[in-house]
Design a protein around this ligand. Sequence first.
Ligand SMILES: NC(=O)c1ccc[n+]([C@@H]2O[C@H](COP(=O)([O-])OP(=O)(O)OC[C@H]3O[C@@H](n4cnc5c(N)ncnc54)[C@H](OP(=O)(O)O)[C@@H]3O)[C@@H](O)[C@H]2O)c1
Length: 353
Amino acid sequence: MKRIALLGATGSIGRQALEIVAAHPDLELVAAASGSQEISGLAPLTQVGGDLTELLERAEPDLVLNAVVGFAGAAATLWALEQGVDLALANKESLVAAGELALAARRRGGGLLLPVDSEHSAAFQCLEGRPSETVEGLVLTASGGPFFGRGRAELEEVTPEEALEHPTWSMGPKITVDSATLANKGLELIEAHYLFGLPYDRLEVVIHPTSVVHALVRFRDGASLAHLGYPDMRVPISFALTYPERAATPLSPLDLASGPALEFSAPDLETFPLLATARQAGELGGTYPCAYNAANEVAVEAFLRGRLPFLAIAETVEAVLGSVDGTPARDLDDLTTADREARRLAERALQPA
Ligand SMILES: NC(=O)c1ccc[n+]([C@@H]2O[C@H](COP(=O)([O-])OP(=O)(O)OC[C@H]3O[C@@H](n4cnc5c(N)ncnc54)[C@H](OP(=O)(O)O)[C@@H]3O)[C@@H](O)[C@H]2O)c1
């Protein structure tokens, strides 16, 4: 039996994870947490809000699936990495924000870090067992989101309802808006850097509207390995929860003869600048990625509440990155301070002049 603690049990990833756990006799849900929705009875131990690490201490899980949205998941990610408890990570924001701190905790703890993000799960599978010197680079695919193909002038008036209409994935509101701005791919670029130890100049993003190819790894001999499948998060969730077993799922295999479109193009960085901004924040290192994430969280929330136009999300993040000093965090307290400061600056940038 693998004892699972599920953080973010009421969300899009959380609900799909519950389906996987229920279908697998060797997975036991020992703890579940949400932010505000009631979940009593879902698992032997449940918690709504509060300190997630207290719940994890009591639950003694074999694996933590962190499916919380945003920086709120950071303490739990660091806890699992430090304790050497295997971590299935959907909460990319925590790895982006914690960066080197998370890697140091992982080295000390020695547990597995299994990506749940579909692109990173795909890359993990293509890279598994390959000597690092044979790897040239990694390509992450992006659907392009609901506004793929539009120019800046066509995005001035877009509403939250339009941004929440994702063409291929059904996800929580924050990541759906991030997909529309390409901030999600920016966060994923930084996530890939920390997960796979590749420098940014060997990480590439291409737009692939049908989301059938999830990632591709280029090798030094000219060969590339790609991971293909229909866009369904139950595949990477199941892969992470049952690793290394790769348990069966009830999902259809890819039908290539039906002709799924395999088209690719370069991202439009002028219309969607948050992808390039993430790359810059990642290259700067320290707490710049933490500030990028925090400012983006504040701006997305403001956009969803109708307080901020769509294009101003990127402007808010850029303004904050221009004001922070990016000093590396020594511990979670430092990181929390950097996150709070970036949020304060983002709130200030939202106020009318
Ligand atoms: N959805 C996807 O397909 C997908 C794909 C790849 C990666 N991800 C990543 O997975 C994470 C979750 O995404 P999602 O789409 O599942 O988001 P979501 O549907 O908005 O769900 C977020 C979950 O986090 C919980 N939560 C929020 N604040 C919390 C707190 N302080 N303590 C404990 N729980 C808290 C929410 O609880 P309440 O419901 O009670 O507020 C909810 O269960 C994100 O980092 C996202 O980037 C998602």
